[in-house]
Design a protein around this ligand. Structure first.
Ligand code: ZN
Ligand code: ZN
Length: 721
């Protein structure tokens, strides 16, 4: 009897033994279906089991079937094991990310098409003539496409088929993406760009290496790293380009198409199940040569991955905070090393981790020093809110308003940046001081006036604005405190009544397509003022934008996060870098209460290296990452005493090791989320220490969790709330 251990994509660490029925050829990596309780699940053969537990013999079930898809290669299986060990996530949960192709792995569905075949129909209608006009060239098209394009119901097309005017036929299945041409449109590079492209091209041949492509916003980093993608293409290998957010893929897709003649395949959460399944298959079979995707694309079963690019590598969106908690940039380096292939990390403001690796020679650095000839970095000026702030109840200082007016007069665009969604972060009763708070969380409700809702940003709780104060019963007594982008829009509309204003904020995004359209409208100059959250800070190229005003530059500095200064520097640097990318000189204004803060000083002096040098020194002194390792443990429960007492007992059983300091438990800054009380513990160790191994040992000794007590472990945490 042959037995294999299969891993099921559910939140379990352990593989299960199944008998291999006679005649079924199975090897590790094969995708199979197995019975689990009453249902059937897709799973992966992980290892042969030469000595199955004899006690299980008569309870063991048979593998049902083998799926007709390429097996997961050892490289990917090792990667899954590694990520699981490092992040302490169950292996099945990590595997699930590699198998996110939905339930559509069966044979591809036939596409029905139509084309012109016979004489015109006896009865002609406007709808029919639109269909016939569309098909007049004699080419075959998808039936649904014809109906959609001609603006008729499918019945109209069917009617024409019935009368013999059209014939239906089976169309060949459409490829997920057509083959890109490495030499379709070779760019005109400046000497500096050529040198950088050449350096990147050279790493393609050399096995594993990590390289930081470091260049200011607008220096042409994308065009340059596409040359590495081209070189990889010429070797007929696959490339993965990771981007932090789906919205960012749009411009990448266009640039890619300009360079290679076609768009690459995409991978993100908004693909339809059918496209997802087809893309997964095409990646596994090697049919797709380039994938651009969000972090989950890192777990796809590439047939022959030759290159990974992590664009905007410093972006916090690369950290997945739910399910398996992993950092896609760090895990991308792990996958590249395991696969023996080069990885490129791309940023104008590298993470401190990456900057340190580059300074110490662990990563190579390819530098792109300047913008294209006609471009200059924006001039940055601080507006000291203590001395020259806006009038009471207003948020745009006179200096910024003046500069915006002047920019609009010149026919240029202005971007007002405020990293706060909604209308106001806090609503209180003018009469009794009552503050509207979330019933489930330790957080204020945010006024979202466009949607007429008060919303909790932590749990999603939402309610209409109350007519009267719940405490003193006064009516019309609520006032908004502080600004959000929606309130800024109101102020801008009053200051600049003739201008066309667009608010870009993730909560207002209806769909990726709609967002792409709006970004394109901005690029085409259909708006004068853009008011946006961090959604606008990233990647987008707006040629008419010459002024960026940061309405609250201090916003990110005061949250107790060890990366607060780094994040603020990166975000503000990036958003101001949106200005003046095409012509003229951009200007940036920082409204701040602390113009002497190192972040503001570095931004104003355009002295990036000074910022990194001081930040790195601080991290080294405090032994924060990358000089030390951190892991957080969050204990939560519906009742505060239960959470607190479990957290204390957990702390008490932490293994005593010289290298590790355990801090806490302390009540989390966000003390209650979704009705659960939270306590945090932090483990801190030197860089070279195996902190994941320590945590495993600790958790093995942890007291049993009873009731609704939950423990979340986060290795290399990015959030400290
Ligand atoms: Zn009141
Ligand atoms: Zn809430």
């Amino acid at each position: 009897m042959r037995v294999v251990d299969v891993l099921v994509p559910v939140a379990l660490d352990q593989a299960y033994s199944y008998r291999v029925p006679d005649g079924l050829e199975l090897a590790p990596g094969d995708l199979v279906t197995v019975p689990i309780g009453p249902r059937t699940a897709t799973a992966v053969v992980w290892v042969e089991n030469p000595r199955p537990n004899p006690r299980l013999d008569n309870r063991m079930k048979d593998v049902e079937d083998k799926l007709d898809v390429p097996p997961l290669k050892p490289e990917l299986r090792n990667f899954i094991d590694w990520v699981s060990r490092y992040t302490l996530s169950p292996r099945g949960m990590v595997l699930r990310m590699a198998l996110r192709m939905g339930e559509h792995l069966g044979p591809a569905r036939e596409r029905v098409g139509v084309r012109l075949a016979g004489p015109a129909p006896k009865r002609m209608t406007a709808a029919r003539s639109r269909v016939l006009a569309l098909l007049a060239d004699g080419l075959a098209r998808g039936k649904a496409d014809v109906a959609a394009e001609a603006g008729v119901s499918p019945g109209v097309v069917d009617g024409l088929v019935d009368e013999g005017t059209l014939e239906s036929l089976v169309l060949p299945s459409e490829p997920v993406a057509r083959a890109p041409d490495a030499d379709f449109a070779r760019p005109d590079f400046t000497p500096a760009q050529s040198a950088a492209a050449h350096a990147l091209g050279a790493i393609i041949a050399g096995g594993y290496s990590a390289t930081l492509l470091d260049g200011v916003t607008g220096a042409g980093k994308t065009q340059v790293y596409l040359e590495a993608v081209a070189e990889n293409m010429r070797r007929a290998r696959q490339a993965l380009v990771l981007v932090p957010e789906i919205a960012l893929t749009a411009q990448f897709l266009d640039r890619f198409a300009q360079r290679f003649g076609v768009r690459p395949a995409e991978w993100h959460s908004q693909l339809s199940p059918r496209v997802r399944a087809r893309t997964w298959r095409a990646v596994a079979s090697g049919e797709v040569s380039v994938i651009v995707g969000a972090r989950s694309a890192l777990f796809l079963p590439y047939a022959d991955l030759g290159l990974i690019v992590v664009d905007e590598e410093h972006d916090p969106a690369y950290k997945q905070e739910e399910g398996a908690r992993y950092h896609a940039r760090d895990m991308a380096v792990v996958r590249a090393r395991g696969a023996g292939i080069p990885i490129l990390l791309v940023s104008a403001t590298p993470s401190v981790e990456t900057e340190v690796n580059a300074r110490r020679g662990r990563y190579a650095r390819v530098h792109l020093p300047q913008r294209f000839a006609s471009q200059h970095l924006p001039a940055i000026e601080a507006i000291d809110l203590r001395a020259s702030g806006p009038p009471r109840g207003r948020f745009i200082a006179p200096r910024l308003a003046e500069a915006t007016a002047a920019a609009l007069e010149r026919g240029e665009q202005a971007l007002l940046f405020l990293n706060r969604r909604g209308y106001a972060p806090l609503t209180l009763c003018r009469r009794c001081g009552f503050r509207l708070a979330c019933p489930n969380c330790d957080a204020w409700l945010v006024d979202h006036r466009f949607r007429r809702r008060l919303v909790c940003h932590h749990c999603g709780f939402a309610m209409p604005p109350p007519a009267q104060c719940p405490q003193c019963e006064a009516t019309d007594s609520f006032v908004a405190v502080g600004p959000g982008v929606e309130r800024l829009q109101q102020e801008a509309a009053e200051l600049f009544p003739a201008s066309r204003i667009l608010v870009l904020s993730s909560d207002l995004v209806e769909s990726v397509d709609r967002l792409r359209q709006e970004l394109d409208d901005v690029a085409q100059g259909r708006f004068d003022i853009i008011i946006g959250t961090q959604l606008v800070a990233k990647g987008h190229h707006f040629p008419k934008l010459n002024l960026v005003g940061v309405v609250d530059a201090d916003l990110g500095l005061a949250n107790g996060d060890p990366r607060a200064a780094e994040r603020t520097f990166q975000l503000l640097h990036q958003v101001i870098g949106r200005a003046g990318r095409e012509e003229g000189r951009g200007v940036g204004y920082l409204q701040t209460h602390q113009p002497e803060h190192p972040v503001m000083r570095a931004l104003i002096a355009a002295d990036r290296d000074a910022f990194y040098t001081s930040e790195i020194a601080l991290r080294e002194q405090t032994q924060y990452p990358p000089f030390g390792r951190l892991a957080s443990l969050v204990v939560s429960a519906g009742e505060r005493p239960a959470a607190e007492s479990y957290a204390r007992r957990l702390a008490a059983v932490s293994p005593h090791v010289d290298e590790v300091r355990v801090l806490g438990p302390a009540e989390a800054p966000l003390a209650v989320v979704r009705g659960r009380h939270r306590f945090r513990l932090l483990a801190k160790s030197p860089r070279a220490f195996d902190l994941s191994g320590y945590l495993r040992q600790w958790l093995a000794a942890s007291p049993k969790r009873k009731g609704d007590i939950k423990l979340d472990v986060d290795v290399d945490p990015q959030s400290f709330l």
